[in-house]
Design a protein around this ligand. Structure first.
Ligand SMILES: [Zn+2]
Length: 127
């Protein structure tokens, strides 16, 4: 069997990493797992997963077509999780847009509702 490394850069096989989340078999147990699975969902163009894992109170801020547009025009290079603590995850997502490599540096907040973690909001960290 071929081993397909997960796009979230965990170093794990996709089947043992984000696939069970993407297939709704299990829910991520920590904000970091959720964050990683959302990054790999961008890479794999799983837009419904991105909507589904956005907190219900915040979904109206994220139009499906905008997410799809951003996911599609970006070439995702890698993910680095800087720190993860409590409800927060700080990460850098590297992607290419045209000829430019862009580092999206964000401090994300996640919230748990009925035992499930959701992406709540994100704050860009400036250069
Ligand atoms: Zn993964």
């Amino acid at each position: 069997m071929t081993v397909l490394l997960c796009a979230c850069c965990s170093g794990l096989n996709y089947q043992e990493c984000c696939a069970p989340y993407h297939r709704n078999i299990i829910n991520p147990e920590t904000p970091e797992q959720l964050m990683r699975s959302r990054y790999s969902a961008y890479v794999l163009f799983l837009i419904d997963y991105l909507i589904q894992t956005t907190h219900p109170a915040k979904r109206h801020l994220h139009a499906k077509k905008d997410i799809a547009h951003w996911a599609k025009r970006s070439v995702w290079l890698k993910l680095e999780v800087c720190t993860a603590y409590n409800e927060m995850v700080e990460f850098k997502a590297y992607y290419q847009n045209g000829l430019k490599t862009i580092i999206h540096h964000e401090l994300s907040t996640f919230k748990k509702q009925h035992g499930i973690w959701y992406y709540f909001s994100g704050e860009h960290i400036g250069l």
